[in-house]
Every structure is written in C-alpha cells, then in structure tokens.
Design a protein around this ligand. Sequence first.
Ligand code: F6R
Length: 621
Amino acid sequence: MCGIVAYLGHKDAQPILVEGLKRLEYRGYDSAGIALLSSSGFRVHKTTGRMNGLEQSLPVDNCDEILGIGHTRWATHGKPTEANAHPHMDFSGKISIVHNGIIENYSTLKKWLQSKGYEFSSETDSEVVANLIGYFFNTENEFDNTTCQSENKFEWSVQQALSELVGTYGLAIMCSDYPDMLIGAKKGSPLILGVGENEFVIASDASAIVEHTTRAIYLSDNEMVTIKGNNFHTKTIDNIQITKTLKDIEFSLEAIELDTYEHYMQKEIAEQPTAIETCLKGRVDIANTRVVLGGLQDQLRDLARTKRIILTGCGTAWHAGLVGEFLFEQIARIPAEVEYASEFRYRNPIIEDGTIVIAISQSGETADTLAAIEHAKERGATVLGMVNVVGSTIARTTDAGVYLRVGPEIGVASTKAFTAQVAVLTMLAIELGRRRHLSYDLSAELLTGLSQLPDKIASVLKQQEHIKQIAKANIDKENWLFLGRGVNYPVALEGALKLKEISYIHAEGLPAAEMKHGPIALITNNMPAVFIATKSSQYNKVIGNIEEVRARGGRTIVIATEGDENIKQYADHLITVPDVTEQLQPIVTVIPLQMLAYHAAVLRGHDVDKPRNLAKSVTVE
Ligand code: F6R
C-alpha cells in the first residue's frame, strides 16, 4: 500500500525511479510523483492517477540528477489530488520526502507546527513529517555537533522528527543542503536497501531493486540508513550504529515480467501448475508417507500435541485459513478456528497455554495480520507464518514458518498464493494427522493426491474458452451467489471475492445450505448462482440446494466432477474438474472461479491488475 523508491548512484535517477514505480504500482495507483535533487535544487513532478500519466509528463532532456525519490499512492488522508501526491516538501523547501504508512498523531503535530507559523499545502499526514524534519533542520542552535553523535544536521533532524511520530512509516528523505545524501527509515512499513556497485536503491519491495542489484539489506522497525556518496551506514533511529547483513534477493527479473500475458492475474492463474509443483517439491515424501517442512521441523512435535490452532489472516488468506480449519479438524483432529486478523486483538482473545497461532499472508506485510501476530506473541503463543515473500516482515516476526514458494504475485487479486496457502495447510494437516491417528492408507491417498494436483489444475486451465463464454453469457448480471458446502464453502467465499474485486459485480459467498435461511429471497433468473457440486460427502445435499434455486427460476453455473452425468440436468452452465479426494478439492475447484472472475472483469473493460480503490499489500490497519 503506497510504493516508494529512491536512488543515489552514478546513473540518471529519473528513468530508474520511473521503472521502479511501475513495478511498485500494484501497491497503489491514486497518484504518482518524483523529486530529483542536484546542486541546483529540486525538480518535482506529480500527477493524479497512474504512472503512465507521470511518465508522459516528464522531460527527456537535461535530466542528469543522480539522486531522487518517487512514490505511487494509495490514498488514506486526503483525496487523490495533485496537492496530496508525494513527494512532499517542507515549508522551507529544503526537505523532500516520500512516505508509506500512517502517522496517527499527525493532527496534533500539524496544529503545533501551524502554531509556529508553518503552512501546509496538502491534506496528508505525510506532509507533517516533511515539515517536522524541516522544523528541526531550520531551528537555530539546537544541533550541536560537538556533543551530538549524528553525522550531520540533516540526519539529526530526521532522528528528532522520527522520535515524535506515532504510527507507521517507510520513508525516503532528501535535503537540498546535502545533494549527495539520501536517508531511509522504517517502522511498520516495509523498506529494503539494494546495494549495488557504487549505487543504492531504497524501495518498498525487491521488485524495484532487482534490476539494479540482487544484494539487499532488509531494514527492521526503528532503523534507518544514511547513504552519502558511495558509502552508507545503518543506525537505529535513536542513533545507535548497527551492522546489517547483506542478503540475496531470491527472485529474478523474469519472474516479474508479463511475458506473453495481457495481465499479471492471467499469468498467475496460468502459473498455478508449476507454482504448486514448486510449493510441494521436496516436501511431499510419498515413499515414506510423510511430509517434510524444513521450517517447522523443530515445531512439529509440539504442534502435533497442541490443544488448539488459531489461523489468522485477511481476505483471501483468511479464506485459506478457513480451509485450514476444516483440514486440521478433519485430517489431524486438532481443534482449530480461523480469525480475521483485523478483529483478533480487539476481542481480547483467549489464548490458552499450548495454543499455536498460524498467520497466513502472501505479502508478509499486511498490517492487520502483523498486529494480530504481535498480540498473540504478547499473550505467549507460538506464532508460525505461512508467507510468500521471502524476508518480509511477517516472515521475520514469526517464530518459525513455511514459505509458499510461488514466486512474486503482482496482480492485486490473489490467485496462486491462495492455492499454495491451501497446499501448505494441507501438507501440515497431513503431517500432524500422521503423527496422531491418521491411517496409513488415508495419509498415502492424500499425499499421492497432492502430488497429482499440478496436472489436474492444468487440465482445468484448458477450459479457458468455455469459461470465458459462461462469463460472457452472464456479463449483464449485477448480483451473483457462490455456494458450496464443507471444504468448498471457503472456495465459494473466495469465488465471490474474486468477482467483486476485479469486475465490481456484487457477489456473495455462502454455505449452500444457509441460502434457505434468508438469501433465497434474492433468487431470480437475473442472479446467477454458482454451485460447487463436486463428488463429496455432501454431494446429494448440494443437489438439493441446486433444486431449491431452480425451483425459483434461478440460473445455475455448476462446478462438478468430470464424468458426472447426473449433474447435467441441474446446470444451465457446467464446468467440470478432475476427480480429487474431497479434502484436496479447494485447490482445484477454485481455479474455474478465478477464471470466471478474470474473464468477467476483462469483458467489462476493467483494469484487472489494478482494480478500483484497491492495492496489494495492505500496510495500514
Ligand atoms: C484478495 C486479496 C486480499 C489479500 C489480503 C491479505 O484477492 O488479495 O484479500 O488476500 O489483503 O493479503 P496478504 O495475503 O498479503 O496478507
């Protein structure tokens, strides 16, 4: 949520910032802006809307600054106007900043600065940060470099200002009196420093860095970096020198290119056979009927004896957690419950001794999930992470965890992360079940079934054209229902979420049997009802629910098992998926729903990868 990038090196900064912002645009696209600094001062360009608008407005000649900062915004404080676009300058015009996060005490600080004569030109909380740094920088006599350990007044002013802030920030800051210096600071929002050959890139995530260097430092909360010329040092914001380890960025540039696809979401849906194969690789040990999860090896014994598992996450990750709840109870017979991360800490949750919390997140940066983790840890729980982005804050904050290994997910609507989250939860449930009571036969069946999933997903993907036609036939419908039972109920929720977020069609997901307790009143032939009616222990019950809809003139789109002749009579539109053991079905049944949502959004002419009002990686609470 909001992307920031900054460059200091020996190349022209402008194209580097522009390319970086394009890669970070999935984090927000309400406005974009850059500021470049040379000894002759700042050059600032901002625009509302997308990066391509900014790019077109930029000059091409005489752009030889080697220092600059850039921002792509997801609006929190103030409308998406040019005045509210970053970078923000302080009142004196000497300080320029880009900010990702929320300053909770901005209103108090703003009033205080206004009482000192400072004027503001935006409605943002971020401008307060610029002015506060400016206040310390421009105040005479406060900085005494004989007693103060800060390198210079710019760094000192940043530290003073940061100590006043309540809230979260990823910041990149420049000062016109120091045209060879760049400062970055982090608390609660991600910030990475890419270290190249005499060049540095600071960014919200590695995608904006990897083109320039694969060596990076992941800043932790309350840490800052000061880059001056070819050197840099890292400190805590209260000025204690720290040594950080350079790490390798673990993905390549190709992984974040569109290749031959039109949209990242389309690419990421199509990648699922290989993504799941990579996720399972070396972990599913069919020969020995066991699962090897390296990151959890030390935890498995305790986990198998735990009294309760709490799964937490947001949005799609929460839906994966709901599948996990089913799997832990069904396969491992461990009581489990799933909690919205955003609600968790406000409920005074009961965390008994021996409770294990599993936090699920693609980005590893979701603020609500992080807050839930912190709360669970404060109450003494062991917290495990299931995260995709390597080195992300959640990956570093949890006690141990498992990476999803599906490569970067850039489309705002999560797809391959969901199937991988479910795959990892399934592997864990099988391993815990095996250590408890699960029969050898069922363990073997589930493990073999898991290993066959990549091919089964691939066969569903072949129905692209058929699914597109179904989307087309229903494209004028403004309200849809998604219905499933048991392990396919979370899939119904996920199908509805996908349709809502990218096609802006109102959709509800429900347990199929709940429909008759109210929502059935909505059924008309104008409301497509998507049923997941694969062969399962609840197959006949779902057929009953389909009958109830049809009896009221409703139209049905049915996801069924290949070879099921009986189901044809109940479906206005039929999509088949290969036969899969019931517990493993979500990984296959969700695929046609992702495709349905994708085609509906394309047919409606929407920007699939950058849906209205949304951003990936929600780093505000
Ligand atoms: C939906 C979607 C969101 C995310 C949610 C959590 O398609 O992408 O609902 O699943 O914001 O994000 P992560 O998994 O990054 O914590």
